[in-house]
Write a protein that binds this ligand. Structure first.
Ligand code: SAM
Length: 262
């Protein structure tokens, strides 16, 4: 953890989540929708201990970046659809899913597959953004940027949906029948505790932060530059850029749901 945390991060709730993760012996861990493996890196720093990490993702392109990021760190990355995991029942000691639920076409199918491959007594960890509750003006801008990305992905036929409310996320977990469920909310993600740029992020109007969000919007736009709806999306993106310049941008708040099988 970085030695000197900005007050906003210290008070955010992230430290409490870190403490909870620090009580968990991860054993063999499965990360679903791992993308570039960022959550694996967070868990490597926060779990009490672990044996191995396996990350699965439906996108081989994303996994290539994960393998590159982990070339000197042991972790296994496999292309797989989370709706039909190829692992045996009760295979992993811990299963986790981070920022991926709102990318899924069939959330219940994925969560029940994760439950199936989890050993009795093993931990189920969810990290996800949510749509309701208080948000700062800069977080509202982040939400609009996310809306734009959802629109772009949807035009390209890539599953990506609006985030769920906290209650809907809790309902998903209730349907799984996990025990000892603990819910944490934090206005900053746990990964921020380890990030050297935390002080920059504490100021949503810092120029690096604004430049990076403007770049993110341009990247989203460039993906649909040949699409018939391009002009419509471009107009929306230009308005959004003005909002970013006026309000800055801060990452959305996060909910953590952590429970056990059986
Ligand atoms: C926002 S990214 C996840 C970010 C990452 N877990 C983290 O915490 O940084 C969502 C990922 O879910 C993957 N995904 C979407 N549907 C999937 C499915 N059915 N099975 C496996 N991966 C899926 C996407 O390819 C994408 O890499």
């Amino acid at each position: 953890m970085i030695a000197d945390l900005p007050d906003e991060l210290r008070r955010s709730g992230a430290i409490e989540v870190r403490k909870k993760l620090g009580t968990i012996s991860g054993g063999d861990v499965l990360d679903v929708g791992t993308d570039e493996g960022d959550f694996i890196k967070v868990l490597m720093k926060t779990l009490k201990d672990y044996k191995s990490f396996t990350g699965i993702d439906i996108s081989e392109e994303n996994l290539k970046k994960a393998r590159e990021n982990f070339k000197d760190i042991a972790a296994n990355f496999i292309e797989m659809n989370a709706e039909t995991l190829t692992f045996q029942d009760n295979h992993f000691d811990t299963v986790c899913i981070s920022y991926t639920i709102h990318h899924l076409e069939n959330i219940d199918a994925v969560l029940s597959e994760m439950y199936r491959v989890l050993k009795p007594g093993g931990h189920f960890i969810i990290q996800e953004m949510y749509s309701d509750g208080e948000q700062t003006p800069a977080q509202k801008v982040d939400k609009l940027v996310h809306h734009l990305e959802v629109k772009v992905d949807s035009l390209l036929g890539i599953p990506h949906f609006e985030t769920l409310t906290r209650q809907k996320l809790k309902n998903l977990v209730n349907r799984l029948g996990l025990s000892e469920v603990e819910v944490f909310e934090s206005s900053w993600a746990v990964k921020c505790l380890f990030c050297d740029n935390a002080y920059d992020c504490a100021n949503p109007k810092c120029s690096d932060q604004i430049d990076s969000v403007l770049k993110q919007i341009d990247e989203a736009l460039s993906r649909v530059c040949k699409h018939p709806f391009y002009q419509e999306i471009r107009a929306e993106a230009e308005l959004l850029k003005e909002k970013v310049k006026a309000e800055g941008s801060s990452a959305a708040s996060v909910i953590y749901l952590i429970g056990k099988k059986g």
